[in-house]
Write a new protein. Structure first.
Length: 192
């Protein structure tokens, strides 16, 4: 049984307090600078909404569940990676839609939707998923993120660079594909 006076718990409570203070500082930054009234903020709104609206019209309705499951896997992995990177000071987004979810526009919409449409296209046209997904990862790493950086919407810190982002995107789409494949295999195994 752990006692509340245990040094580990005391240190843990201190870390929780620091995290709350950090979150409060981001909320104050967001509110003090009226970020929701800036052009950059509305660009992030567009990055969130436009791909989702586009997806509604372009998703293959006959394969919707499969494509959406793959996209959801990308979304979850991207969110976890972003949480880790933001918390460890590797990168951040200066104009978040909401201060406590800084990467919601990127993780919820543009990245998963783009990879979903690539996945759909490779399925429907019998193309190599890995080649076209790698091309998409190169686009996000060396075109999209540098544009966001140039617009002041994305900042990297320390030794983080665009090549590392490429590795992260590639590992992310491979992991999402593997997760999707496991569920396809399980479905085939248990439904006859």
């Amino acid at each position: 049984m752990i006692k509340l006076s245990d040094r580990r718990i005391v240190q843990f409570d201190k870390a929780v307090k620091l995290r709350k203070e950090s979150t409060d500082a981001f909320i104050d930054y967001w509110r003090d600078h009226v970020l929701y009234a800036s052009l950059e903020y509305w660009i992030m709104v567009a990055i969130l909404l436009v791909p989702l609206i586009f997806l509604v019209f372009k998703i293959d309705k006959t394969k919707m569940f499969l494509i959406a499951f793959y996209g959801y896997s990308i979304h979850v992995l991207a969110a976890y990676i972003d949480i880790f990177a933001i918390n460890s000071g590797k990168w951040n987004y200066p104009f978040p839609l909401v201060p406590f979810l800084p990467s919601v526009s990127i993780d919820t919409s543009i990245v998963p939707v783009t990879f979903m449409l690539v996945y759909q296209w490779t399925l429907n046209n019998n193309k190599n998923f890995y080649v076209y997904s790698t091309i998409t990862a190169v686009f996000f790493s060396f075109v999209f993120k540098p544009i966001l950086s140039g617009l002041g919407l994305f900042r990297m810190y320390g030794n983080m660079n665009y090549f590392y982002l490429l590795i992260i995107y590639v590992l992310g789409f491979i992991a999402a594909k593997m997760i999707t494949n496991v569920f396809i295999w399980l479905q085939k195994k248990y439904t006859k």
